[in-house]
Design a protein. Structure first.
Length: 318
């Protein structure tokens, strides 16, 4: 029989503001509740340290697969993180200093014996765009720099490139430039704040038009057998659902499985139990560790229970 946590404490954005039909965290909580696990709910502002001890002001919560009534909760009570607790860190970016401070609190919770998913040090260290540099064999040509002249030279060599900030999400501030584009300098100036901040430039991958920006989900290092295909709107270049892309799906292919074999074991060994790889054509463009999504769409299309796979992986770790 699988182990059950003393309590599962989810840290997330306000639950009353989610879109229940699409929310991956809700799918995870439904899977935990099905297993009889006790669920508590907190937001980032409810975490705190006192004399080096990590606490949360958390409410007991029940969840429902109902678009009109998806949760009910009790009043918050002070909870000390202890051995046997599971903390599900599902706060969405931005990855700012407040997020970093929260990972320090969660690291103290981990020292107190709680299992934090994903690991706090991994959340801090694995910037979703920069961490691709640890797997260059899986990536298209990529430049991370503050130097606008180097960006221009990279664009000249590649002919067409995607430019984006390191801290963005949901398609925010993603630009596609071709050599000779008169907006080139202003884009580089905007992304780097005139050379004061790092940004990323990647070779443009035309497969995004025909095959989409595909989300491959890894649970404890192992891939879910289907990828979520996010097809850009005809009037846009971004494969983000938040930017108007449509959700399709496809089975993983041989190249997907090779990419997962290159990346998955390292993430598993580092305690990153739930990760989303963004794949365009043959290449990984991002490694998402903060709060990857895509569960609800794939569950619905293929009769999967990805949240359940995660809960089983958590139980094995306890």
């Amino acid at each position: 029989m699988s182990a059950a946590p003393r309590s599962l404490i989810v840290v997330m954005d306000p639950i009353e503001q989610i879109k229940p039909a699409k929310d991956s965290t809700l799918a995870m909580l439904l899977a935990a509740q099905t297993r009889g696990w006790n669920i508590r709910y907190a937001e980032l502002s409810h975490l705190y340290l006192r004399d080096g001890v990590a606490y949360a002001k958390a409410a007991n919560i029940k969840v429902f697969d109902d678009p009109k009534r998806w949760f009910e909760r009790t009043a918050r009570q002070t909870v000390r993180f202890e051995a046997g607790d599971v903390v599900l860190m599902r706060k969405d970016p931005p990855f700012d200093t407040e997020y970093v401070y929260a990972t320090y609190i969660l690291e103290r919770a981990q020292i107190q014996g709680a299992l934090v998913v994903n690991r706090p040090d991994g959340l801090r260290d694995m910037n979703e765009k920069v961490y691709t540099a640890w797997f260059p064999q899986c990536c298209a040509p990529t430049l991370i720099t503050r130097d606008m002249d180097d960006m221009a030279e990279f664009l000249r060599i590649q002919g067409k490139a995607v430019c984006k900030p390191l801290e963005g999400m949901g398609g925010k501030s993603i630009f596609v430039l071709e050599q000779g584009d008169k907006n080139r300098n202003v884009v580089f100036e905007t992304l780097t704040h005139h050379g004061q901040r790092y940004a990323i430039v990647q070779r443009y991958l035309p497969e995004i038009i025909t095959h989409g920006d595909c989300r491959v989900i890894l649970v404890d290092g192992e891939p879910v057998p289907f990828a979520l295909q996010r097809m850009p709107h005809a009037a846009d270049h971004r494969g983000n659902l938040a930017a108007g892309a449509t959700a399709q799906s496809r089975p993983l292919n041989e190249r997907d499985r090779w990419l997962c074999a290159q990346i998955g074991p390292s993430l598993r060994d580092l305690g990153m139990l739930f990760v989303g790889l963004d794949v365009i054509g043959d290449y990984v463009t991002e490694i998402n560790v903060t709060s990857p999504t895509g569960i609800r769409e794939l569950n619905k299309k293929h009769g999967l229970d990805i949240g359940g796979l995660l809960m089983d992986a958590i139980a094995r770790r306890l």
